[in-house]
Design a protein around this ligand. Sequence first.
Ligand SMILES: [Zn+2]
Length: 320
Amino acid sequence: MKQFFQQTLKKIIFTFSIVLPLFPLLAQKTESPTSPVKRFFYMGDGSLLLQGQKILYRNLSGEYQEAGLKKIHQIFGANWQSKHERLSLRFIEMMDYLQDELQGGNYILRSGYRSPNNNQNLRNKGKLAAQSSMHIEGAAADLRLKNIPSAKVFEFVKALNCCGIGWYGSAHFHLDTGPTRYWGATTSKTEDKTPQQNSKIILQSDYDYYQAGEKIPLKFMRITQYPIGVPYQVTLVEVKNDSSQEKIRPLPLTFSSENTSQETCTILKNRSQARNISVQLPKELPSGNYALSVKFCNRYDYLQMPETISSRIFKVVQSK
Ligand SMILES: [Zn+2]
């Protein structure tokens, strides 16, 4: 009997010694460290060379690293403490993507994050700083990429059709993850001092990829005047391959607790309220490209503010 047990035990140990090493392989198949959850259309390798520092901000399993992100915030002069004021991950990934794709060296930063006050001070001094600058949204930088001429970066980003790129012929270029647009020395923007009246207002989701049923944090950006009236629901639209749009269904918006109004038109009074909104995707939503359409319910007297805007397109993928 004792011998039987010993043999069984040996068998069990033997079996495990063969099977156990296979588990990491099986685990790799479902969640390979080389192909982490994709959150953005353009992503780097998770390691950014910025101001002479090698910063790991995302690990190989796709988890964002607080220490690395804090370091980037520090270099950018951005506020990490207030969650809704943080730099855009889409922008950080975009910088990383360019560095990897163009095989560039270190990024040398001239201007990163600008608070609304900072930006206004620059404007008062007559500097080239747009009212609706993406620097204020934590999604822009003026910088150069060592070993790569800025002219090359300009052409490369322009062709991606994803972002904002500006280059005036100097060493530095401007990069942002706002709407697709580009400008050079000859198309330089001269902007007058009159308020823009939210003419460039945009809506962005934090990520580009979501799973059906997931909650999407949303931010209104490029607002130049408050307040604005936002309806309690937005319209989910599917964006087809030929870029035609089909209305799917209305989705209720969730606002920050500061907005206690139960009425159908929620008034966003400040930046913090405009950056603290979310929407829940339906669980049964098929894979595809989608956007959210917002019809503002109060535009006050901002004559140039659009009646309706569509968010940046995001992709819905099926949950595993
Ligand atoms: Zn800039």
